[in-house]
Design a protein around this ligand. Structure first.
Ligand SMILES: [Fe+2]
Ligand SMILES: [Fe+2]
Length: 296
């Protein structure tokens, strides 16, 4: 085994040990029937896409809480959608991997985590009494394309974008005692297990980048930019605004122009952007998509 290979195996081994120690089964770990806390937000209000806009000022306190409930349901729907894509990408990689390698075994462990997460997000949406906010037809097909074809650097980069952007919100949520206990608990479980996924993806990404030529990297930059664009846009589904009586197109336009929301998007993407830029995956036309999405 080469040194880099040994290093990757050692990381995977550590992650497998950590998975044994701290893994959660949300169906038993969370009291899904517990009553919600009256008046508590689901998201820090300053992270709402409309925070600080004239539309926000017109909402009652109750409607503001309601908006964050639907925004969380939208993010959970996006998370669950992306986890389905991710599981399929990891399984596809596993098909050609060495099943005795620690990396392959960790990839399967990650799929097992994601199976529980997607059930958790499904239960969360149900417990919140919100609809599932589905991807648009275009994104639905892009997702299908990604999960059927992505491998190498673009696969791990796409994984990192989705995981790290959601993670930024969830770390803040789990630390904020004023928020609904249910969303804090869901966030805590997700943050603990996702930290391992992020570590693994960064390790695998570095190896994939080292093995990819200039043409592959150029394609990866473009695809990575498109993935970032979709994830940023998909975070808040326009239909959430209808829940508080705002026409979806009006709400979406207000969010897009909202300097608070734009700052939140940049804040959520700061870490993954720095990491991907570091390995040369944010540049050229792909970078324009990051900018258009408001992530940089
Ligand atoms: Fe997950
Ligand atoms: Fe994950």
């Amino acid at each position: 085994m080469e040194a880099a290979e040994t290093g990757r195996a050692a990381v995977a081994e550590r992650l497998l040990t950590s998975s044994l120690r701290t893994s959660y089964d949300p169906t038993v770990e969370i009291d899904w029937d517990a009553p919600h806390t009256p008046g508590a937000y689901w998201l820090p209000p300053q992270r709402s896409s409309l925070y600080g806009t004239p539309l926000w000022e017109q909402l009652s306190e109750e409607q503001r809480v309601e908006l964050t409930r639907h925004e969380v349901a939208s993010a959970a729907s996006a998370g669950l959608w992306f986890e389905t894509i991710l599981m399929q990408m990891l399984i596809r990689e596993y098909y050609r991997a060495d099943p005795t390698s620690r990396q392959a075994q960790y990839a399967l462990t990650e799929v097992a985590d994601e199976c529980r997460h997607s059930i958790m997000f499904g239960r969360l949406i149900e417990a919140m009494g919100c609809p599932v906010y589905r991807a648009s037809t275009v994104d639905h097909h892009l997702g299908r394309f990604l999960k059927a074809t992505a491998s190498g650097p673009r696969m791990y980069a796409a994984i990192l974008i989705a995981e790290e952007i959601l993670d930024a919100f969830q770390r803040e949520i789990m630390a904020d005692e004023s928020l609904q206990p249910l969303i804090r608990m869901v966030s805590r479980i997700h943050v603990v297990e996702e930290a391992r996924h992020v570590r693994f993806a960064r390790e695998e990404l570095a190896a994939e980048v080292a093995a990819t030529g200039p043409v592959g990297m150029a394609y990866a930059r473009l695809l990575v930019g498109r993935a970032a664009y979709t994830i940023a846009n998909r975070l808040v589904h326009p239909d959430v605004y209808a829940a508080v009586g705002i026409p979806p197109a009006i709400g979406r336009a207000a969010a897009r122009a909202n300097p608070h929301w734009r700052a939140t998007l940049r804040w959520s993407a700061a870490r993954v952007h720095a990491n991907l830029a570091d390995v040369g995956l944010v540049a050229g036309p792909g970078r324009l998509l990051w900018a258009r999405a408001g992530l940089i």
